[in-house]
Design a protein around this ligand. Sequence first.
Ligand code: KG4
Ligand code: ZN
Length: 339
Amino acid sequence: MLLLGIETSCDDTATAVVRDGRDVLASVSTNQDAFHAKYGGIVPEIASRQHVALLSAAVEDALDRAGASLDTIDGIAVTRGPGLIGSLVVGVASAKALAFATGKPLYGVNHLHGHIFAAFLDRPESPRYPFLTLLVSGGHSQLVAVESPTQMRVIGRTRDDAAGEAYDKTARLLGLGFPGGPQMDALARNGDPKAFAFPRHRPDGDALDMSFSGLKTSVRYFLESDAGRNAKHEDVAASFQAAVIDVLIARVDAAFARAPYTGVVLSGGVAANSGLQNALRAWAQKRGVEALIPPPKYCTDNAAMIAAAANYQGEAIRVDPMTLSADPNLPFSFEPEAA
Ligand code: KG4
Ligand code: ZN
């Protein structure tokens, strides 16, 4: 199945052409960071306007690069939520128009399900169920038990900030620009992760929940102290990152202690973090577990992952091009919608 993917849930205008949920023939992403950086965060109105300006060319570009056309694709997959409403509607309206004009099937994809199936792009492995996913992005941090393409249970989640949000806020405390995650990652590589002992959240009872706002606050107080004012930022970033990684790996370990999984998938923007990738690989090796970690280009938002999710979920997420609507609060749990 050859699918055109369209993703405009946040600030990346992304399109892709993917065969059978695996072979990425083209993946195009126009990053808008330069437009948002001076505001220290994403401005929804600007993101929406940029999607309008860029999306048609991005669709053509992906089809050209893939050597495909609207005639040769088998369907169109679009992110229908969750995300910024003004951004989502641009992709959804465009996908509806393309599906209506060509008569090809339209698939409405949950952005987070896309992140999960990103791990199977450009690699030989097919999903073996049930697997565990650690989904860590700018908006979400959760552990998901994936029992089938359409049966997924969130078994642990953050009580406050998402991991990516904690990275971005802590980066700001260190005077770094937005998004802060990649810059913190780079700083941390040259710092001592044991320089400062920042707190690691422990869940109540045997819950698999996590929390990152206490960590961020602790870094803030530290930076305001005498010791903090003189601390090397590389050491602060490395020590912060060590605390985030410890919490995430501890929850993965606890999840594996409760139920058998075929492996662990790392996904979402924070999955691009080199320290987290190394830690998960080391943990998996020690435990004899298979770890699937997408390359950085498929960790952050992209449209290939949207086409991949549609490939696996198929008819269950097929939607009517006349009635599909964007849903900024689309629930994670799977809600099939008849065509
Ligand atoms: O999945 P994503 O591209 O967008 C959504 O939130 O859906 O994730 C973006 C988040 C941002 O918070 C960004 O700072 C973080 O992922 N991020 C990273 C790295 N690359 C991106 N965090 C830590 N280390 C990285 N290398
Ligand atoms: Zn995302």
